[in-house]
Write a protein that binds this ligand. Sequence first.
Ligand code: AP5
Length: 232
Amino acid sequence: MILIGPPGSGKGTQARLLSKRLKIPHISTGDILREAVKNQTQLGQEAQAYMEKGELVPDNVIIEIIKERISRPDCEKGYIFDGFPRTLTQARMLDRIFKEKNKELDLVIQFKITDESLTKRLSGRLICSKCGADYNLYFKLPRVEGICDRCGGNLLPRQDDKKSVVTNRLKVFKNQTKPVLNYYQKQSKIKTIDADKKSENLNQELLQLINVEVNPNGLPEKQSFPAESKEE
Ligand code: AP5
C-alpha cells in the first residue's frame, strides 16, 4: 500500500497506526533519510543538502534504499510506503521491482488537504530529539512544555518545517509528485481520502476505506483493497 499526499497531510501519523493494526512494516523514506543525516552516514551526507532545501533526493539513491528495505524478511507479507514513490521515475522503478518479485501493488491512498491546514500542522510540529516522538503545538501538546512525555528528550521543530522550506516542499509536491497520482489513476489503484479531520476519525475512515474487518483483539481478520475505477 502506498500513502501519497502533500507534506503535513498526515501520511506518517496514519502509516504508523495502520502498520500497528495490519502488522506490516511502515516504510518512510523520509524517516530513513533523517536517521542517516542524524548519524552522518554517507547516505545522510548526500541527502542533507536536498532535504534542507525541501528538494527531492535523487531517484537512484531512493531506489537503492527501497530495494534494500523491502528485501528484509519482515516485508514478506506486505508493507506501507509513506513518502515513496514521489516521482514518475520512482513509480516506474517500483513497478519494475514488483514485476521482478512477482508482487502486485494493492492500493494507493491519496491524502487531500488544504494548504492552509497543512501549513498550520507543520508550523506546530515538534519532534523529540531523542526518540523521534511527534508532538504538535496546536493538536498534540506534551504534558510538560518542550519535553517528551515518553523519554524526557527535548522537543524541537523539524529543520525542513521552516516557512520558506515548506513553501518549496509544496511546490515540489505539486510539480513532481502530482504526476504520480495520475500514473496510478490510470492503473485504477487510487482511493482518495479527505485528510482534513481529526487523526482518530481519519484512521477509522482509512480502515473502512481499505475494508479491514477487525476482530475484538484488534487483529485484522479480512483485508481487501478494491480501488476506484478509472472513471471515478
Ligand atoms: P518526508 O519525511 O516524507 O516528509 P513529507 O512528505 O513532507 O511529510 P511530512 O512528514 O512533513 O508530513 P506527513 O504527511 O507525514 O504528516 P505527519 O503525519 O508527519 O520527506 C522529507 C524529505 O525527505 C523530503 O522533502 C525529501 O527531501 C526527502 N525524501 C523523502 N522521501 C523521498 C523520496 N521518495 N524521493 C526523494 N526525496 C525524498 O503530520 C505532520 C504534523 O501534523 C505532525 O505534527 C502531526 O502530529 C500533525 N498531524 C497529523 N495528522 C493530523 C491530524 N489529522 N490533525 C491534526 N494534526 C495532525
